[in-house]
Design a protein around this ligand. Sequence first.
Ligand code: TEU
Ligand code: CA
Length: 582
Amino acid sequence: MRTEWYKEDSFYQIWIRSFKDGNGDGIGDLKGVLEKLEYVKSLGVDGIWFSPIYPSPNADYGYDISDYCGIHPDYGTMDEFREVLLKAHELGLKVVMDLVINHTSDEHPWFKESRKSRTGPYADYYHWKDRPNNWDSFFEGKAWTYCPERDQYYLHLFSVKQPDLNMDNPEVREEVKRIMRFWLDMGVDGFREDVITYISKREGLPDGWPVPILGAMHHYKDGPHIHEYLREFRAVTDDYDVFQVGEGPMTWLRTAKSYLTGPGKSLDMMISFDHMVCDCLFTEYIPLPFSLLRYKRALSRWQYGLAGKAWNALYIENHDHPRVISRYGSEEYRKESGKTLAASYLFLQGTPFIYQGQEIGMTNIRLPDINDYADVSTRHNFSTYHLKKTIEERMEYIYRSSRDSARTPLQWSGGKNAGFTDAETAWFAINGNFAEVNVEEEEKDPLSILHFYREALALRKREKALLYGKYRLLSPLDRHFFAYERTYGGEKEASRENSADAGGTGDRRAAEEQILVVCHFGREPGTFRVPRSWRGRKARLILDTENRHTGAGEETLPDKLSFGAYGAQVYKACAREENHGK
Ligand code: TEU
Ligand code: CA
């Protein structure tokens, strides 16, 4: 039986290599995770999403899998994983695994077999062609690489070492189901499904438009059999009480609904990218100034679009994007903007995901040389684009865009190697700001980003309005403030099982609860004009980035709210007069 437990939950994403080293070899591992589970729990989250921890040659740091049912020796053993799972469950933390089935590693046994001959049992596990078409890969030039043994080319939408699986082959789909059951039977609580919207390719793999990288997308994004295949996988999870969140790069709202709603529903949530391109054009490698209007619009589009129909996945960071403070906030006002960014998304409707290090406000790294970078896409971008510019200018693009900024070791303390490892050096460079930005320091500081996350997550769990309330964007054209309200009850009472928001099926009238969230983006002090519907109402400051709310009583909301550089205030209105006695 499937319940919708994930709606009130929030998740912490672990990219294990940089989370915590437990055995002193400089690389994060399961032992380190085990040590830090209480810390994760202390944030107030309800679960963990593990980016891939499976055996992998690490051409794309785990997203190139060579054994779906194993643990990478760098990270430990299956027994250690079972121990983590058990302890997580004891602490009340769910565990969600990354399911990467668009491609495998070229070192996966299936591919090793497949490349040998055109007739063997694995011959059709991948996409092979005598002549490549014109598709580009996302990471490394053309999407086709020649293989002399077969005298054919294989398709790889990502790196050369990530051949795309041929999902049209029913045997491949059976393999996927076996992998899913393997982890589900072990007790994991769901999957985050990597580029899941790309797994069905157009028959014949025709040429795309002559446009770099994106030109062939319409031949594999939301492909011809995608819903059929995902429904097969959904039938597997139907036997377990788990959820599935899919990653859908460049998936628009309307398409997302085809996955998230109706009898053919195949996913519970979609990781969308709309709000992650508010300071760039398609990719962080083509930078633009941050636009708060775009951010508000993108988030609001999904809030309105899915209301009452489906559930959102909420995030502002993960292992694929540079740190959000460096992008949408301000490193100079790190603390203020880090908290403001938290408030800007944690109180929307959906299940929040928090990426390791986000909760302490980690920022981007600037390494002197391109060879200091590990990420395949970072290195490829450097060697391919803006070649007429100077090395310094090209490095500036890397600083703006590199995924490695999100992959530096987590800063646990101001001590040696930021408390990440006892080894002489960590596997990857540690951000130079670790003396100031680390878990230990933030534990001590009541005004830290860390404490703000804790408070915000606890508040979200407490307030029905923040979980299920109706969303409304306020002052949509304001360029310095992102303000929204959440309204719960008032009409009909929601019931958790049957509805995605407050428009539930019960018929009891509930007292209306309303929450106002105001986030200030900008270095200059600013004043927010309270919208008419809120002016003069009795409300209580229930959270703010300067801790003025502690002990704040009920007050009449002023017409204007003042803010310093960045900042957020959250008010809860007392029941409206007209609702009294109803
Ligand atoms: O990401 C898919 C994806 O679209 C991004 O990789 C994007 O192309 C990239 O960030 C450039 O901006 C998923 C994983 O999250 C990512 O880590 C993997 O590298 C990728 O799939 C391939 O598995
Ligand atoms: Ca280790």
